[in-house]
Design a protein around this ligand. Structure first.
Ligand SMILES: *Cc1c(COP(=O)(O)O)cnc(C)c1O
Ligand code: SF4
Length: 350
């Protein structure tokens, strides 16, 4: 199955010339999607190109230039590059690696609304991301069937309003911060009118790959709402957090937003206690607490990123020896049908 809908959406509320004047929009439109250009910018060998082009036809390359600037030139093993470079290995079918590994489609209570866990519901707010992570569990998600527009949006809001057990709404995607601030502010206002909702959570990778997104207008609607704001960002490696990312995050935190990070445990990228220790340190320095460390979801094309359970447990035990408890993320995996993320046993199986 080929996802057709990874396009950037959300640019509807403002005219094109206004959008071009917004720095993060400009950066977004300059993101690299041609594998040849990525290899050229990083001075990488041309022999990587045919496989990259082939894999990108199944799941496109997309990466902002500011993120590329944090990669090492001439190093095909760079941990940031490995998260975004399409590889021939993705095209090899591996048993157990499937299109919808976390059962998203059966959790859709309404189009664009997933309700898996008690008290929390998740809205699919945008059908694309600023960066396409090769390991993404939603690589094949049919975003076109889950667009939060018109009827779907009214239906979703009606569903949330009708269930008083819900106290939190999660804006996810794709990346919800691809919507412009006018649209997001409207949506959040509508959510805030639902009396039983108390928290607004945003799952986004934009603050890491395109920190310009954390600008004044965003802070206005986020802090202007009655709902308590929580932002869960997504960084996997300490080098993703440079000075610009850290200072934007700190500003957000100082504005009263609770900041958490979720990472995915990825072979060859962050499967070491040293790397994850440094990640926690850098996150904390930027005002962010580590939240989850996810076992890889077994999505088609991502088998080469998998770290085994035993190894994962060993790494997190080492992490716990090196760091205060509040800087050790919870190692979890997602299980279809479970009522929460499932903690992974840290002890070695006998
Ligand atoms: C992960 C997830 C959540 C949030 O789970 P927490 O444990 O609260 O972080 C909510 N809804 C869905 C569908 C999820 O996949
Ligand atoms: S930012 Fe998140 S949703 Fe988007 S491609 Fe990466 S992992 Fe997937």
């Amino acid at each position: 199955m080929i996802p057709k809908t990874r396009e950037i959406e959300g640019a509807l509320a403002l005219p094109a010339d206004t959008l071009a004047a917004i720095p993060w929009r400009r950066e977004l439109s300059r993101a690299v999607s041609d594998p040849a250009e990525l290899l050229r910018l990083l001075e990488l060998p041309r022999r990587l190109l045919p496989a990259a082009e082939e894999a990108a036809r199944r799941f496109p390359l997309r990466v902002p230039r500011g993120f590329i600037a944090r990669m090492r030139r001439g190093d095909p093993c760079d941990p940031l590059l490995q998260q975004v470079l399409p590889l021939g290995r993705e095209l090899v079918e591996v048993a157990g690696f499937v299109g919808d590994p976390v059962g998203d489609l059966q959790a859709a209570a309404r189009p664009a609304l997933l309700h898996k866990y008690q008290g929390r519901a998740l809205l699919i707010v945008a059908g694309g991301c600023a960066v396409n992570c090769r390991y993404c569990f939603r690589r094949e998600f049919p975003y076109a069937d889950h667009s939060l527009n018109g009827v779907a949006r009214r239906e979703a809001l009606r569903y949330l309003a009708a269930d008083p057990t819900l106290s939190e709404v999660i804006l996810s995607g794709g990346d919800p911060l691809l919507w412009d601030d006018v649209r997001l502010a409207e949506l959040v206002e509508e959510l805030a009118r639902i009396p039983h909702l108390r928290r607004l959570r945003i799952h986004t990778r934009l603050p890491i790959v395109l920190p310009e997104r954390l600008d004044g207008p965003l802070l206005d609607w986020l802090n202007g709402s009655r709902l308590r704001p929580v932002m869960v960002v997504h960084a996997n490696h300490p080098r993703e957090i440079d000075g610009a990312v850290a200072s934007r995050l700190e500003r957000l935190r100082d504005g009263g937003v609770t900041l958490l990070n979720q990472a995915v445990l990825l072979a060859g990228i962050n499967d070491s206690a040293a790397v994850l220790t440094e990640l926690s340190e850098r996150l904390f320095a930027a005002g962010v607490l580590p939240y989850y460390l996810h076992m890889l979801d077994r999505v088609r094309g991502a088998a080469h990123f998998e770290v085994g359970r035993r190894e994962a447990g060993r790494i997190v035990r080492q992490l716990a020896e090196r760091l205060p408890g509040y800087l050790v993320p919870k190692l979890v995996r997602e299980q279809v049908g479970a009522s929460a993320k499932v903690p992974v046993e840290l002890q070695c199986p006998a």
